[in-house]
Design a protein around this ligand. Structure first.
Ligand SMILES: Cc1ncc(COP(=O)(O)O)c(C=O)c1O
Length: 405
């Protein structure tokens, strides 16, 4: 069982006077930051804030810390260090990736995108149509928001070079079977790009076991700094045209991040690995890094599933509410969007008066909401939590929902 008191003690936000009495339910927008990340960021800015990789100590330590971040996160995901790269955000990363595929693909070839994704993993790809690339849409079920694999199989043929989909949509919440989808795409000869932004906060996955060629997530939602993290497997990464400086073309982790790295934030990302290690040690999870990461993932998920089911039941029982996505906690993330008679933002404003921090709107999942018949102008109310959320906070949320809805 997850020691929730220990967990919350690792997040300074819970001890801050400014946030007392506030239950945080907009974690899918961005999580609180764990202490090791804050400490590393502070240390970098005070002791190591110089150009890294030079032969004086402050610089050497800064560069080593940046390498450490990539190496330790890579070990958690079962991939090589240079298969991990950092960019300013996932949206920026997909923009660069779409550009490399723009150069790589030929007119008449096809890509598959979904209408379940956040715009970041669909809009940039759709723009390849300007180059004569055929864009095929894998569409959600209009009632449930579910993506059916048999529908994908009908779209796959020898022309498809890439399939893009989310591990978990930021409004539907359903966890998509990445391995199964990837196997279908690979069997047809296509590469796979997975947006893991809404999934990774609930346990950094083993990307090697999942199998995609590209896996993306945003560290500011996984208890870290504001960075987009990208896994690009070597075979694909060395095949796609280099987007970095020409003299860096042999360095896989520099090929798809044309901007100079944010040194301090890259270094501080090692704090996410520290947090995982601390959590594993506290809960007596032993093994190599990947094994510990998997154990921590399962611990976090079990806690979330336990707290999520009562919330889903509570929302399902309300006639005034349309729950988007699965009503069973086992196959969804604790990212729960609901359609109301009024606007999602208005409901969030009411909840704020009850000490609930939640959000309303379209969350840049405009296509998904439209496909399910939700007017994006009205939007949804989204209630999202993580492993550091307590049972008492979910109880407080349900009480506030009774008062507001
Ligand atoms: C599912 C999903 N994908 C992609 C993004 C974009 O991430 P970033 O803000 O790092 O560009 C978000 C941001 O909210 C998201 O929720």
């Amino acid at each position: 069982m997850l020691d929730i008191d220990w967990v919350r003690a690792q997040f300074p936000a819970f001890d801050t006077a400014a946030l007392q009495g506030q239950a945080f339910f907009e974690n899918a927008g961005g999580s609180y930051t764990c202490r090791p990340v804050i400490e590393r960021l502070m240390r970098f800015y005070t002791e190591r804030k110089v150009q890294p990789y030079a032969p004086y100590e402050a610089s050497t330590l800064g560069g080593e810390e940046m390498d450490e971040a990539r190496a330790r996160l890579a070990a958690m995901m079962g991939v090589a260090s240079d298969e991990v790269s950092f960019g300013p955000s996932t949206t920026q990363n997909t923009y660069v990736l779409a550009n490399t595929f723009r150069q790589f693909m030929k007119p008449g070839e096809a890509i598959i995108v979904t209408n379940q994704d956040h715009e970041a993993n669909t809009g940039p790809w759709r723009r390849l149509a300007d180059e004569g690339i055929e864009v095929r849409e894998w569409t959600v079920d209009a009632d449930t928001g579910h993506l059916e694999i048999s529908d994908l199989e009908e779209l796959l043929d020898e022309n498809v070079r890439l399939v893009c989909f989310p591990h978990c949509s930021n409004v539907v919440g359903e966890i998509n079977p990445v391995s199964e989808i990837t196997a279908a795409a690979h069997a047809a000869g296509a590469f796979v790009c997975v947006d893991g932004v809404s999934y990774a906060p609930h346990g950094i996955p083993n990307v090697d076991e999942l199998g995609p060629d590209i896996y993306l997530f945003s560290a500011y939602k996984t208890y870290g700094p504001h960075q987009g993290i990208m896994v690009i497997r070597r075979t694909l990464g060395m095949t796609l045209p280099n987007q970095g400086h020409y003299f860096n073309a042999d360095s896989l982790y520099k090929r798809f991040t044309p901007a100079g790295p944010d040194h301090a934030q890259v270094a501080a990302s090692a704090g996410m690995a520290d947090y995982m290690e601390l959590m594993a040690a506290h809960h007596a999870i032993a093994g190599d890094t990947a094994v510990k990461a998997a154990g921590v993932h399962d611990l976090m998920r079990a806690h979330e599933v336990k707290l999520l089911q009562p919330l889903l039941d509570h929302l399902s029982a309300k006639n005034s509410v349309r729950l988007i996505g699965p009503s069973k906690a086992g196959n969804r993330a604790p990212t729960v969007a609901v359609e109301l008679a009024g606007s999602g933002e208005a409901a969030a404003a009411e909840l704020a008066k009850h000490g609930i921090m939640a959000g309303g709107g379209d969350f840049y999942a405009v296509r998904a909401l439209k496909a399910m018949g939700v007017d994006p102008e009205k939007g949804v109310l989204r209630l999202s939590f993580t492993h550091y959320t307590s049972e008492a906070e979910v109880g407080k949320l349900m009480q506030a929902l009774d008062d507001v809805l």
